[in-house]
Design a protein around this ligand. Structure first.
Ligand code: FES
Ligand code: FES
Length: 177
């Protein structure tokens, strides 16, 4: 028997988007398959690794354990909303400069989780960053370069006066001028 589909409409990275989906569809698959936002990755599918981390209405969410229908009407920020190759977000610039990635598979989720952390704590210590990133796993870097990147991003964001709690700034580009 065909499952009745539901319309899910969101604002993703500042753009209005919608798609008809089965009620059981996970948010990560909606983002990747229906909206084409493939920067959000699937690592474990069981809420362990954090590769699928996105921001929903300003909150950090693991999109592999959220149904697309639960996100209906929300504002979503994925890694694609941070910046472009020619106009990097301070978080992306800092990961680039501090070598905060190797294979890059975890990186979209780590950067979104880090922005969530900086929203709550604009100037975290190394220990606070390690605690804040407990929900995201990197298999390559050993974390030290990730921590350096987040500390650098925190400095740039503070010095630039960027307000991460503004929906205009996270989700529609907070770019390094
Ligand atoms: S894919 Fe969602 S936590 Fe691993
Ligand atoms: S850079 Fe490879 S998993 Fe983190």
């Amino acid at each position: 028997m065909a499952v009745e589909k539901r319309n899910v409409s969101v604002t993703a990275n500042g753009q209005a988007c919608s798609a008809e989906v089965e009620p059981r569809k996970l948010l990560v698959h909606y983002l990747r398959d229906d909206l084409g936002l493939t920067g959000t990755h699937v690592g474990c599918d069981t809420s362990q690794c954090g590769a699928c981390t996105v921001m929903v209405d300003g909150d950090i969410v693991k999109s592999c354990t959220t149904l697309a229908v639960q996100a209906d009407g929300s504002e979503i920020t994925t890694v694609e909303g941070l910046g472009t190759a020619n106009d990097l977000h301070p978080m992306q610039q800092s990961f680039w400069e501090e070598h905060g990635l190797q294979c890059g598979y975890c990186t979209p989720g780590v950067m979104i989780a880090a922005l969530g952390l900086l929203k709550e704590n604009p100037n975290p210590t190394e220990e606070e960053i390690r605690e804040g990133l407990e929900g995201v796993i990197c298999r390559c870097t050993g974390y030290q370069f990730i921590i350096s990147a987040i500390q650098k991003a925190a400095t740039i964001i503070q010095e630039s006066g960027i307000d991460l709690n503004s929906q205009q700034l996270v989700g529609e580009g907070t770019h390094n001028e």
